[in-house]
Design a protein around this ligand. Sequence first.
Ligand SMILES: Cc1ncc(COP(=O)(O)O)c(C=O)c1O
Length: 382
Amino acid sequence: MIKQLLLAPGPTPVPARVRLAMAQPMFHHRTPQFSALFAEVRDGLRQLFQTEEDVLVLASSGTGAMEAAVVNCFAPGDEVVVVNGGKFGERWIKLATTFGLTPIEIRVEWGRAVRVDQVAEALDAHPRARGVLVQGSETSTTAVHPIEQLAAVTRRRDTLLVVDGITAVGVYDLPMDRWGVDVLITGSQKALMLPPGLGLIALSQRAWARVEKVPQPRYYFDLTRERTNQAKNTTAYTPAISLVIGLHEALTMMREEGLANVFARHARLAAATRAAAAALELRLVAPDNPSPAVTGLYVPDAIDGSKLFAYLRDKMRVVFAGGQDHLKGKIVRIAHLGYMGAFDTITAVAALEMALRHFGHAVELGRGVGAAEAELLSALPG
Ligand SMILES: Cc1ncc(COP(=O)(O)O)c(C=O)c1O
């Protein structure tokens, strides 16, 4: 089997250290052994989320943690402002509707960020809105929303700011407590360098105060029950033990690198990819507010992006992501997320150039690679 390079915005590559840690024999979770491990994981997660609060570990994909936020923080009939600027903004709308909330939708053109005044105006028009639901990084459009500025608006009101940080946490600096984010969510298969299967969620003090008042029924995703258990270094139900072991190792790796360096690395790889795009005259999907997790590029009009993506995956063994909905066939998305370094980005750009050439695009081979190299060189350690 020819080596494959995984450069999609999740699942992301899992480092050998993490894979080896997860290969250890299974042990029981109602044991001092698990509790000791879990205590360290909980500490590491607080550092990652930059919060004093508990970060709860759920056995679910990221969407499970999004559902947990909705059913714990809001009651049927509650109005919530939802920023819908892509597939995952749409998911907030669907979750809100499923559980009987009334979403007030702010539609944002794909690839753009919501403007803070749009959210402030929506809250002025709907003063009873209980929450603002948004993505820290809208993976489908490769755009980031202005979380710090949104938090400055929601902090002054009785409105919870709920951030799907699934491709934001561990990617860019998103200090939950300092900014005043009320709910922050991520999933294991992104910056945390793990296989899919863990949903992680932290709530602010005022979000917990809200949870106590919400009558919405919930069972598996009852965060109060989880909080009580996890405070005792155990979980309400059987945890995904192997993933928790892997999480311990991944958090250790991130601590060794230093969180600030992790953020800088993501920013650098994204900047290098954008420099390559400029050199290759490929338009960015999110030119004004690009995510450091993943870069979206429009493919030249004459090329079917779906075919380009499939060729890269099947013939070149380089896995990007394509576009969704109206961007299907029009864009490719190249991830910088998790266990990625400079030479993953160089390879990504080289593969893209070669695939474009294969499809007849007049690309000068090495042009994008050179631009990426120059960008990466400027940040090379001395
Ligand atoms: C921003 C964002 N939100 C939500 C999700 C859904 O997470 P999951 O597929 O783990 O349920 C994803 C996954 O790609 C994502 O990138």
